[in-house]
Ligand binder design. Structure first.
Ligand code: SF4
Length: 509
């Protein structure tokens, strides 16, 4: 079979979901090939050179190979100016190359002027007219080449982000037309979210043969005729992926130590709304996998993909450091309020923790059932800074319990702790279309498309999206302390590249 990672997703690390499938297929001796059509497709478009119509594009094209070489080298991450220019120039080339296809394309972005990835009719249109996709010249040639001698019985697509959806369907449409007998399978995070909606009905009948929700190893193996027993854990296998070719200063090893979330209590959390169960890999197996994969892949960074790394795993990592620096999402817990524990984490290689704080107002946090205490958060931020672990703090504006006054408290909290916050991510709340809490909120009829995972709603405090945007642009982002933090954020790659900017910074001990 062939497993495909379709464009567009940030091309800085190999796709972890596909590596897990490879691990399972290998374990059972099933032949397979992998195509990272995202990385290859983006590189092929970068090298397709649009006709430059302005100075910026000509300059970007002239410096293309220099930029790519620079981003693969550590020195770029010590010079923010050169890094920013390189990333923005690459984005510019993609934008100009795809303009004739009416697509706003970037290294992490694919937006069609007319077609929406949340409308099944638009995805079907993308499948009917694959030639209109800007990646068509690349994938037509590549897929024909790949299928020329050995035709697979199955081709699987891993669809995780909206920015991949239209190109995934363009590739599916092409394959359906050229190889009508090959079975096509669609899985991945976005597909799981579609299928976990109540009353899911497949709108792609006749185009896709099988849909898979949740971890794909078991269903894929059974499609290949292998019956697996119980919840077998398969070690991911990155051998078929071009781990050294991604846009990063060396191989990054992404690894999931769990699916779902061990906390699983926050209201309006999509994970909870979808009913995804918490399934951790045993701590012993995680440590074994990380040591094995690190030895083999020689990564310069480990990216833990869990929704929240469990305290028990953190503790195990302090005892069995994997070697390279690592980062991931963690909850603000009492463990991080212990300075010695933070120093031990740093010694284990932890260079950055992403913290989903959401709000700087205690009543809002309590109402959202975040289980976060702001006093403890102050201590955690201070400890992590002292230990030399950078923080990437995620804030969410416009949740149902939050109004303008509460949002101003978040601003106060950030200003007060600006010295201890490395990076900030600001987002506006989207109301999940389904879930227990939504039943108590006045939602409006559907606003985007039949596959949209979110719905519009009347904010109980009248804190509408336009007012939130105004607050963020005119007040929050303009505060000098906040502006200074936001300026540090690596463009496009954000938290994926942020660790490279902090990895060499020391501790206070
Ligand atoms: S910690 Fe994150 S993933 Fe877990 S329940 Fe809360 S919002 Fe959801």
């Amino acid at each position: 079979m062939i497993l495909i990672h379709p464009p567009v997703a940030k091309p800085c690390e190999p796709p972890a979901g596909i590596a897990k499938l490879c691990g399972a297929l290998d374990h059972h001796g099933m032949m397979h090939r992998v195509l990272d059509a995202n990385l290859e497709g983006l590189l092929s478009l970068l090298n397709a050179f649009p006709v430059p119509s302005d100075t910026w594009t000509s300059r970007a094209i002239r410096h293309l190979s220099k930029h790519l070489a620079l981003l693969s080298c550590r020195t770029a991450y010590q010079d923010e100016g050169r890094y920013r220019r390189a990333v923005k120039d690459l984005n510019r080339i993609l934008e100009m190359t795809a303009r004739s296809s009416r697509v706003h394309l970037g290294l992490a972005n694919y937006e069609h002027e007319e077609l929406s990835p949340t409308r099944s009719t638009d995805l079907l249109r993308a499948a009917e007219n694959p030639e209109n996709n800007p990646f068509y010249p690349y994938f037509e040639k590549r897929l024909l080449e790949l299928l020329e001698n050995r035709q697979p019985s199955l081709i699987g697509f891993s669809l995780n982000y909206l920015s991949q959806a239209l190109s995934t369907f363009a590739m599916i449409g092409f394959l359906r037309r050229e190889y009508p007998w090959v079975k096509l399978v669609l899985g991945g995070g976005l597909v799981t979210s579609w299928m976990r909606r109540p009353h899911w009905k497949n709108p792609f009948d006749g185009l896709v043969d099988h849909f898979i929700a949740g971890p794909g190893e078991g269903p894929l193996l059974s499609l290949m005729g292998v019956m697996k027993s119980g919840d077998t854990h398969y070690r991911p296998n990155y051998d078929s992926l071009p781990t050294r070719d991604y846009i990063a200063p060396g191989p990054i090893l992404p690894y999931s130590a769990s699916s779902g979330c061990y906390w699983n209590r926050c209201s309006f959390c999509p994970e909870r709304a979808e009913g995804n169960p918490y399934i951790p890999v045993t701590v012993g197996a995680v440590i074994g996998d990380l040591l094995h994969l690190t030895n083999k892949q020689k990564p310069v960074l480990i990216h833990l993909l869990d929704n929240a790394i469990s305290p028990s795993l953190m503790e195990a990592m302090t005892k069995h450091p994997p070697g390279p620096p690592w980062y991931g999402f963690a909850r603000v817990t009492r463990h991080l309020a212990d300075l010695d524990f933070c120093f031990a984490l740093r010694r284990s290689g932890c260079v950055m923790l992403k913290l989903g704080l959401e709000s700087g107002d205690q009543a809002v946090l309590d109402s959202l059932q975040k289980g976060i205490d702001l006093e403890e958060t102050s201590l955690v931020l201070r400890n992590l800074k002292r230990a030399g672990i950078a923080t990437y703090v995620y804030l969410l504006f416009g949740t149902p319990p939050e109004g303008l006054i509460d949002a101003r408290r978040t601003l106060e909290f950030v200003v007060k702790h600006h010295d201890h916050i490395g990076f900030l991510n600001l987002a506006i709340f989207n109301m999940p279309a389904y879930g227990r809490e939504v039943e108590h909120i006045k939602t409006k009829p559907f606003y985007e498309g039949d596959l949209s995972l979110y719905t519009s709603f009347d904010h109980p405090k009248g804190w509408s999206r336009s007012l939130i945007r105004q607050f963020l642009d005119k007040e929050f982002k303009r505060h000098p302390a906040v502006a200074a933090i936001l300026r540090r954020d690596p463009p496009v790659f954000t938290s994926n590249h942020a660790p490279f900017f902090v990895v060499d910074k020391g501790t206070e001990r």
